[in-house]
Structures are given as structure tokens and as C-alpha cells.
Design a protein around this ligand. Sequence first.
Ligand code: C2G
Length: 145
Amino acid sequence: MTHEPAETTVVTFGTFDVFHHGHLKLLQRAADLGNRLIVGVSSDALNISKKGRPPVYSEDERIEIISGLRCVSGVFLEESLAFKRRYLLQHRADVLVMGDDWSGRFDDMGDICRVLYLPRTPDVSTTSTLERIRADAPRRVALLV
Ligand code: C2G
């Protein structure tokens, strides 16, 4: 009797606004844990409710960016944190991966898949990137004229 090798589906979630190398490394490490990586991209409305402001890039733009990555097999829109279980079942997740800023938050999904929290890449975030752009704006504007 022959056995097909088991396929492992990894699912992760995030906003991925102003995409940076911390996001990329998280996605690459998540993809390395299985055969296919499916990414739930947070909707604009979810972001406004979570962070009180809209993302810089719209959900359509962020979905386009994440879909274009070699390590990503599929993308869907994450409309609520409360639907996590539904999304994991829908996409047949074997593993849920989150950055460790979410440590412990989704342990209750452990009855349907493995739950892993990967260490965040230090010293980079969407906020720090926006702050860098703002701090450097006068010099950059001067270079344009
Ligand atoms: N990340 C990372 N290193 C960084 C910054 C981010 O590993 N320096 C990871 C985060 O831990 C997260 C992913 O990249 O796993 C996406 O980060 P965000 O866009 O900040 O995600 P967030 O807004 O926390 O949305 O269902 C949960 C949410 O959708 C997660």
C-alpha cells in the first residue's frame, strides 16, 4: 500500500500595511513550516476597529502585494478576529502561525490545529517606518526640487 506524503497547510493573519522585511521574514518562516501558506489579510474595517485608524494601503492593495509573494499560495480577507476558528476550518489549517506579539491569544485553536508564535523581527514596524519617513521628509522634499 502506498501513502501520499501528508500535505501541511499553514495559515497566518496580519495587516501587512507598509510592507517591510519583518513581514516578509514572518511569512517566509511560516511557509517553511508546511507545503502551502494561506494568509488572512485584515480588512480596512477590522483595522479601524483595532487600531483606530485606516491602514495606509487599502485592503485591495495589501491583498495584491501579499498575493504576489513567492512564499504565499493563497490569500483571503480577514473581517473579524472572532471568525478565526471559521477561517482555520475553511482553509483546512494544520498550523496557525502568528508573531509572538500575539503570544497566547489563539491557544484555544489548539484543538483544531497546531498553534505557533514566531519571534518578531526586532527594530522594524509599520509605525517606525512611517516615523522614519516623517523624520526624513524635509531632506527628501529638498532633493525633489
Ligand atoms: N511581524 C514580525 N516582525 C515585525 C513586525 C511584524 O514578525 N517586526 C509579524 C507580526 O507579528 C504579525 C505579522 O508580521 O504576525 C503581520 O504584522 P501586522 O501587520 O502588524 O499584523 P497585525 O495588525 O497584528 O494583524 O488576526 C490578527 C491580525 O490580523 C494580526
